[in-house]
Design a protein around this ligand. Structure first.
Ligand SMILES: Nc1ncnc2c1ncn2[C@@H]1O[C@H](COP(=O)(O)OP(=O)(O)OP(=O)(O)O)[C@@H](O)[C@H]1O
Ligand SMILES: [Mg+2]
Length: 290
């Protein structure tokens, strides 16, 4: 594919203020699928747990010699985002057999992002932190996916502000569904406050993750699927197969993370892999011709 520096990427935030709701898994799994479609894709690891970085090969992002991270970019104006971008890997960094994933790139996360909220509290134009970083590089990518931390603080506000789309990842339950109202309110508030900075993000998808595939596996969660559909209609992203919603529960997901190999290549023929493919299609992405 020819490299153009003038693309208009789709910028998508994977959010939920609740921890463990499938944001990081979905950011990297969707990212890998889009890269496989031939779309140049950047995953931004904005969470101090660095799960997206780990999943894409970098177990200790703060310990790579001479390598900048997202935290360096946040706190030091002389560091450009470009300096924190690395190729995504299938397998652990430095291990034999590890390979670069074509078209997939990563803004390296950092454990120091645990100080980001505190840093931003007193920073100038704090809500614009990620816009300022992404603006110079975004024309190099077709898609940018931001893996947000499990909060709705300043880090996430900055992600929503720069995004076109917000996808809320949730486990299918009543309590989880109720939590989406807060995300919707935050999106509306960011739009209202920062419209002059181009804030225009919309909630464009509700992605159910870790969905039991048989009723016997979880009647409560099955009801959760129904409730999600009733509340959010077509925003609820499908999975693969008749009537399937979201990403089915799969032991391959935690296994793939432990092996630092994205699901697409760890379990190519698996159910959850097929579900992420369907989600990518439902979001309007398709394979690009070379
Ligand atoms: N479809 C699935 N089947 C089985 N396990 C899953 C599935 N999706 C996610 N998980 C597991 O659920 C856990 C939480 O997922 P993940 O780390 O993606 O959530 P998160 O929202 O990014 O969490 P945090 O807010 O802590 O960053 C992980 O252990 C992951 O392996
Ligand atoms: Mg995460």
């Amino acid at each position: 594919m020819t490299v153009q520096a003038d693309r208009v990427p789709r910028i998508i935030s994977m959010t939920n203020q609740v921890g463990g709701s499938g944001k990081s898994t979905s950011a990297v799994s969707l990212g890998a699928q889009l890269a496989e479609f031939g779309l140049k894709t950047l995953v931004v690891d904005a969470d101090d747990q660095c799960d997206a970085s780990v999943a894409l090969g970098y177990m200790f992002p703060d310990q790579l010699e001479g390598q900048k991270t997202i935290y360096d970019c946040l706190t030091d104006k002389s560091v450009k985002l470009q300096d924190a971008i690395v190729p995504a890997l299938c397998g652990p960094h430095g291990a034999e057999g590890t390979r670069v994933i074509d078209n997939l790139f990563l803004v390296l996360g950092s454990g120091e992002m645990e100080n980001a909220e505190q840093y931003l509290t007193t920073a100038m134009a704090r809500e614009l932190w990620l816009k300022r970083l992404l603006d110079p590089v975004k024309g190099d990518y077709d898609v940018i996916i931001i893996d947000c931390p499990g909060s709705l603080g300043l880090v996430v506000i900055g992600a929503i502000l720069v995004s076109d789309e917000v996808v809320a990842c949730i486990k299918p339950g009543f309590k989880e569904l109720r939590g989406l109202t807060r995300i919707e309110q935050k999106i509306a508030a960011v739009q209202e406050e920062f419209v002059e900075y181009g804030a225009h993000a919309q909630l464009t998808g509700v992605l159910l993750v870790d969905v039991p595939s048989h009723r016997s596996q979880g009647a409560v969660w099955d009801d959760g699927k129904k409730m999600a559909k009733e509340a959010y209609g077509d925003l609820v992203l499908p999975g693969s197969g008749e009537g399937q919603l979201g990403i089915r529960r799969s032991t391959k997901i935690p296994e793939s993370y432990a092996h630092q190999k994205v699901l697409l290549y760890f379990d190519r023929a698996g159910d959850a892999t097929a579900d992420y493919l369907e989600v990518a299609r439902a979001m309007g992405f398709k394979r690009v011709s070379k």
